[in-house]
Design a protein around this ligand. Structure first.
Ligand code: ADP
Length: 163
């Protein structure tokens, strides 16, 4: 059985993430989205908010669940009996870091492999950071994020001013 984890910050989930999730869910039997509790980054959305937005967006995909985790992705994978880590690749700029992480994880646990999904062209420029930037200035973000996230971003930013 192919069981995979897809780790990330998802602050917030974008259409680029969702595209990777749909494709990875088709390629695996079970996919667990792991939201990393990252102490180095100050997030816009709390872990609970991020989890509930993702759950809302993936409720129509049977084999996908959402969890929060701490620490290294390889450990999260093993704790969930998964031997695949899913990551998305947007541009050459992602490549160096992603390759380093994949090789490190594979050294720590040779049973775990990383599989990359190259971004669909229409989402190649998209990142959570860009979405927050555009949302902050009160612009339309509906081309970048799923509907539940559009609503949450509107709630967070009112007339371009952070509540
Ligand atoms: P992290 O902080 O771990 O990079 P992100 O939430 O930014 O977390 O991204 C999680 C994963 O999704 C990463 O592998 C990233 O490359 C991938 N990703 C982010 N945006 C896109 C996109 N637009 N298309 C494809 N993959 C993406």
């Amino acid at each position: 059985m192919a069981k995979a984890v897809y780790p990330g910050s998802f602050d917030p989930i974008t259409l680029g993430h969702l595209d990777v999730i749909r494709r990875a869910a088709r390629a695996t039997d079970e996919l667990i989205i792991g939201i990393l509790r990252n102490t180095k980054k100050e997030p816009l959305f709390s872990l609970e908010e991020r989890k509930s937005m993702i759950e809302d967006c993936v409720k129509d995909i049977d084999n996908v669940t959402v969890k929060v985790f701490d620490g290294m992705t390889v450990d999260f994978a093993r704790e969930n009996d998964a031997n695949i880590i899913v990551r998305g690749l947007r541009a050459v700029s992602d490549f160096e870091y992603e390759m380093q992480m994949a090789q490190t994880n594979h050294t720590i646990d040779p049973q775990v492999d990383t599989i990359f999904f190259t971004t669909s062209l229409e989402y190649a420029f998209l990142s959570s950071t860009i979405v927050k930037e555009v949302g902050y200035y009160g612009k339309d973000v509906s081309h970048y994020v799923p509907e539940p996230v559009v609503r949450k971003l509107r709630e967070k930013f009112s007339d371009g001013i952070l509540k």
